[in-house]
Design a protein around this ligand. Structure first.
Ligand code: SF4
Length: 454
């Protein structure tokens, strides 16, 4: 399904969530992550030093993103894969649909991917008559329910065991109605049986990526269920969908950030599966896809480089900020109204879809600072929220400021389509050219087409 953007109704969404007793019961589980993270970080004395290192790796990568993108593309191509660049969600969807059409694909299995939620891939596949099957258990459950994820690492955290039993009885009509589904293991076993057939018959497997490694051309995904491995190994075509900022320079860099990722997310020392894929199956490989494609999505990220919100591009989607957020604990993820919930969503969403639609989200903060205190990438989330809170109360001023900035930049770069120098962005332009704005802002284009997204 396409994620309906209801961010302008955040206050109303929050009010409804606070009065939803079933949701309030389910949300108690989100607090379990707090103790697990604390225990995991205590077991690792160098945890804070690793956070500093992780931050430095990402800052360095973002400062040289063009070089690492080129190096990554070269390695993927050398391994026999293909890299596709998508400036917008629509372009990314068109690329994936084109690959499906070329292969005559009827069924696509999917590993968990927030980017595919951001671009509305499932709805597009289904619109093209292609079955899209989520293979992460939480994603599979919310797909059956026709819902969006409510958490970036625990997408069905808002759902109770009784809800899942009712959903399975409704969806799996071929199975005996008298079967016992009272235990979590029985629900898991039933989902495993259903998904096993889907893995074996899918034409294309789509996964996200936690990291893209410029040194080797590898994409890395972490899962606890092994569904990512089956999604990328069994079909004849593997498509990775990832946003630009997932790049890291080397495998050693990825390994360092992995040490803070799972500890911050679930309190595990490492996720159960850490899977690397680099290109299609080689002659002596026992298995693997015949074709390997990477779709690299921008969708507003490059406009964040060198600006107020560049820090957000360090985010590794661990979910720690929402696990520790009192507002998230109270209202859950759907109240935030778009793909990314919690403090990281409250900062990132207005950056991507604009303050007119996302401007209520800074209300989703007590400014207690817990999100920044636990963020493994040391992202100053409360500062980002303060910035948006200022402009959310002055939307006309925000529109005027961004429109003026775009016009000024358009004038400075006119004729060449690029800048070789910009005031306050010397760090970015010292070693590279920056593309000049080519028309309306991303946010104004979003406003123009928002009717088709909601
Ligand atoms: S902002 Fe920080 S804590 Fe939140 S998901 Fe991103 S990396 Fe994790």
């Amino acid at each position: 399904m396409t994620v309906a953007a209801t961010t302008p109704r955040f206050k109303q969404n929050a009010h409804e969530a606070l009065h939803d007793e079933r949701l309030q019961g389910a949300l108690l589980h989100a607090r379990n992550f707090i103790g697990r993270r604390a225990a995991a970080t205590e077991r690792l004395p160098e945890f804070d030093a690793l956070r500093d290192s992780a931050r430095a790796i990402k800052d360095h990568t973002l400062a040289h993103l063009d070089l690492y993108l080129e190096a990554y593309e070269r390695k993927v191509t050398q391994a026999g894969g293909h890299v596709h660049y998508a400036r917008t969600a629509a372009e990314a969807v068109a690329i994936v649909l084109g690959l499906c059409e070329a292969r005559g694909a009827k069924a696509v299995t999917k590993g968990k991917s927030m980017i595919s939620e951001e671009i509305g891939l499932n709805a597009a596949l289904e619109g093209a008559g292609i079955e899209a099957i989520e293979t992460d258990l939480g994603e599979y459950i919310i797909q059956l329910r026709g819902e969006a994820p409510s958490h970036i690492i625990a997408p069905a955290i808002h759902v109770t065991k009784a809800d899942v039993e009712a959903d399975f009885r409704r969806a799996h009509r071929d199975l005996p109605p008298t079967r016992d589904l009272s235990q979590p293991e029985q629900l898991l076993s039933e989902a495993r049986g259903i998904l096993r057939d889907k893995f074996l018959t899918a034409d294309i497997g789509v996964t996200g990526a936690n990291f893209l490694v410029a040194e080797t051309g590898a994409s890395i995904i972490v899962t606890n269920e092994g569904n990512g491995d089956l999604t990328q190994i069994l079909p004849k075509v593997h498509v990775v969908i990832a946003s630009l900022e997932k790049l890291v320079p080397t495998l050693e860099d990825a390994a360092q950030i992995l040490r803070v990722l799972a500890r911050s997310a679930t309190g595990q020392d490492m996720s159960v599966y850490t899977t690397l894929s680099t290109g299609p199956r080689r002659a002596d490989d026992p298995d693997g896809p015949e074709e390997y494609h990477v779709v690299l999505l921008d969708n507003g990220r490059s406009a964040m480089l060198g600006g107020q919100f560049e820090d957000m591009l360090r985010c590794i989607r661990c979910g720690a900020c929402m696990n520790h957020c009192p507002v998230y604990h109270a209202v859950g993820g759907h109240a935030y109204g778009w793909v990314y919930p919690g403090p990281m969503g409250a900062v990132l969403t207005p950056s991507l879809i604009g303050v007119a639609d996302g401007g209520q989200l800074p209300n989703a903060s007590t400014f207690c600072g817990r999100c920044e205190a636990v963020c493994p990438m040391r992202i100053p989330l409360p500062s980002g929220l303060s910035f948006w809170a200022f402009f959310a109360q002055r939307p006309a001023l925000y529109r005027m400021a961004t429109d003026l900035a775009m016009r000024a930049l358009h004038l400075v770069g006119r004729g060449r389509g690029r800048f070789s120098w910009l005031p306050l962005a010397g760090g970015w332009t010292r070693y590279r050219d920056l593309a000049a704005p080519q028309g309306a802002t991303f946010q104004s284009r979003w406003r123009a087409r928002s009717g088709s997204v909601r």
